[in-house]
Design a protein around this ligand. Structure first.
Ligand SMILES: O=C1O[C@H](COP(=O)(O)O)[C@@H](O)[C@H](O)[C@H]1O
Length: 261
């Protein structure tokens, strides 16, 4: 039987953060060993705050080091708004994490969307896909980009990235980055990594916290819901790990694992 997604549950965000940190650093080390850099894509929503709690804490040992100079940060999805807009996932990551990095270190390379294409979601997506093509080598030789890690959120409706339940975008098979003009969650115009790209990553980590997620977590983990988060679980199996607090999985019958690398 195919191995399934790992579910790691913690009493609260404070105890979740060190485990998430250890996991991200292990993915970072694997990426650097493979190709000298760490290619990671991040979501918006509640994720950047928890990620900052994990990554901005002081190291606990010599090997517990976030090598920011080796990080290439992409966006798993982005809203078609200016980079300083309150709805921008880039702005959120910047405020929660990037602006808090020590000034004296070599900063990570960050790949935001090109805002000159905000009025044309298809072009915005195509241009972001070209960013990936340049970073991951030419599309002729690479069928799909392989991120070292995707750090994803899970919406209360089971969406992840800007892949929404029942949306046609879930059937996309060829694009790496796709536009969406009718996101049920505002703002409506966005771009997103597609499901094949998400499930092709070396590792995928979801972070979901708070009691507001528990009903959708039941659907994702207990039934054949076809929800976007569940499709990622199916497509990635044991390469997928969920970092949740107990409130988010209260009443969910799915085996929790003790966290270990
Ligand atoms: O709209 C979005 O929502 C999801 C989930 O957000 P959360 O606040 O429920 O964690 C997020 O992962 C995505 O990046 C964002 O664009």
């Amino acid at each position: 039987m195919a191995k399934q997604a790992n579910l790691y549950s913690f009493p609260d965000v404070q105890s979740l953060a060190p485990a998430l940190r250890a996991y991200v650093i292990s993915c970072q080390e694997a990426g650097i060993a493979r190709h000298g850099v760490f290619k990671v894509a991040v979501s918006g929503g509640s994720l950047p705050k928890t990620l900052a709690a994990a990554l901005l804490s002081p190291p606990s040992s010599e090997t517990d080091t976030v090598k920011w100079d080796k990080w290439e940060i992409f966006f798993a999805d982005e809203r078609a708004v200016p980079l300083e807009h309150e709805d921008s996932n880039y702005a959120l990551l910047k405020a929660e994490l990037l602006d808090k990095l020590p000034q004296e270190i070599t900063q990570p390379t960050v790949h935001p969307i090109d805002t000159q294409y905000l009025d044309d979601a298809q072009e915005l997506a195509d241009q972001y896909e070209q960013v990936l093509v340049r970073s991951f080598a030419s599309r002729d030789s690479v069928k799909l980009p392989i991120f070292d890690l995707l750090l994803l959120g899970c919406g209360p409706d089971g969406h992840t990235c800007s892949l929404f339940p029942g949306h046609d975008l879930l059937r996309e098979t060829s694009a790496w980055v796709a536009p969406i003009e009718d996101s049920p969650k505002p703002p409506p115009r966005r771009v997103t990594l597609t499901l094949p790209v998400v499930t092709h990553a070396v590792r995928v980590a979801f972070v979901a916290t708070g009691g507001g997620k528990k009903e959708i977590m039941k659907e994702i983990f207990e039934s054949d819901s076809g929800l976007p988060c569940a499709l990622v679980n199916e497509g990635t199996g044991e390469r997928c790990s969920w970092f949740v607090d107990n409130a988010a999985v209260e009443g969910v019958s799915y085996p929790r694992r003790p966290f270990s690398l």
